[in-house]
Design a protein around this ligand. Structure first.
Ligand SMILES: [Zn+2]
Length: 322
């Protein structure tokens, strides 16, 4: 499932405000050096019964998943700090908590912890009509719907799970990439701004399996980015984020997931000229900016025009197909 143009616009608009603000202050590249960032992680295991099939994810699996997350985000200088696990026996939530459902709202309202700077991961099964392996909320949705922030992950995708070809923990890595503002590498197809990252090769559609050498865009210089965490390849085929994706995640962290006082009276304009607006990704800019204090950071960004481009639940999700 692709991001809607409205949601993409809301995200890009805020990011560009952020970049413009930095530029006004003479700061060329806030992400210079990619100063390390760490996020606390709260786990919520919903299960039908205390078996593996019933969703009773073990502590060992969660620790293995934490290791995969930390290993895979290491090159981006992003780390994840396990806080605790809450286990909740609730078969209805276990089977039905897909995005937009009343069950999702109920479980998150009761169990979501902390704020935009902490990651909540909910594991569940989904019912037989939901093929997805996981869902992630968009950073731009946080202000309008903070309770829904986080990931909902199919329990069988964790390391040691039963999801054939998708049980090495890369579903959670991929969803965490969305949580930090990354789009799919195949977003937008072969032309246009694609995934708003310069150094990921364009791709006509998602990959399946591990099709080494696949080149779905005839005019592209490079083969498809099938080894990228933000494609749909098998877990064993995924190896990395690009430097451009790392920079984008750090920009998103500054713009959406940094502790600072809330900002009032900034709204996203209601137009969809995303391509025109997003002309200058600054991934290759360089500048010795030194260290930056939180207080030095932008005001006037990060407020989200409530209701724009959102569904009735106020939350948009990326959805992964099997
Ligand atoms: Zn995705």
């Amino acid at each position: 499932m692709s991001i809607s143009e409205e949601d993409r616009f809301a995200t890009e608009w805020t990011l560009n405000q952020f970049r413009d603000d930095l530029s006004t202050r003479g700061i060329v590249n806030v992400t210079e050096g990619l100063k390390p960032v760490s996020f606390d992680v709260y786990w919520h295991v919903f299960y039908a019964n205390q078996t593996k099939e019933g969703g009773y994810v073990s502590d060992e699996q969660i620790q293995r998943q934490m290791k995969v997350l930390n290993d895979d985000f290491k090159s981006a200088n992003i780390s994840w700090n396990f806080k605790n696990t809450t286990r909740i026996e609730n078969e209805e939530w276990f089977l039905s908590a897909a995005p937009g459902t009343p069950q999702e709202k109920e479980m998150k309202t009761q169990y979501h912890k902390s704020d935009s700077t902490a990651l909540n991961i909910f594991t569940a099964q989904f019912n037989s009509t939901t093929k997805s392996l996981g869902f992630a909320s968009l950073p731009s949705s946080y202000l309008s719907d903070p309770i829904s922030d986080g990931l909902v992950i199919r329990h069988s995708t964790l390391p040691g799970g039963s999801q054939t070809n998708y049980n090495q923990g890369r579903t959670t890595v991929h969803e965490a990439g969305h949580w930090l503002g990354l789009y799919h590498t195949f977003e937008g197809g072969c032309t246009g701004v694609g995934d708003n990252v310069d150094d990921t090769a364009p791709e006509a559609s998602e990959s399946a399996g591990c099709p080494v050498g696949r080149k779905s865009c005839p005019d592209a210089k490079l083969a498809d980015p099938i080894h990228n965490f933000m494609d749909y390849s098998f877990d064993s085929c995924m190896t990395h984020f690009t430097p451009g994706q790392a920079v984008r995640m750090h920009e998103v962290i500054w713009a959406f997931r940094t502790k600072r006082p809330p900002v009032a009276n900034s709204t996203v304009p209601k137009t969809s000229s995303v391509a025109a607006k997003h002309a200058v990704p600054s991934t290759s800019a360089s500048s010795a900016t030194g260290s930056l204090d939180l207080e030095a950071f932008p005001t006037g960004i990060s407020n989200y025009d409530d209701g724009m481009g959102e569904d009735d639940d106020g939350q948009e999700y990326f959805e992964e197909d099997e």
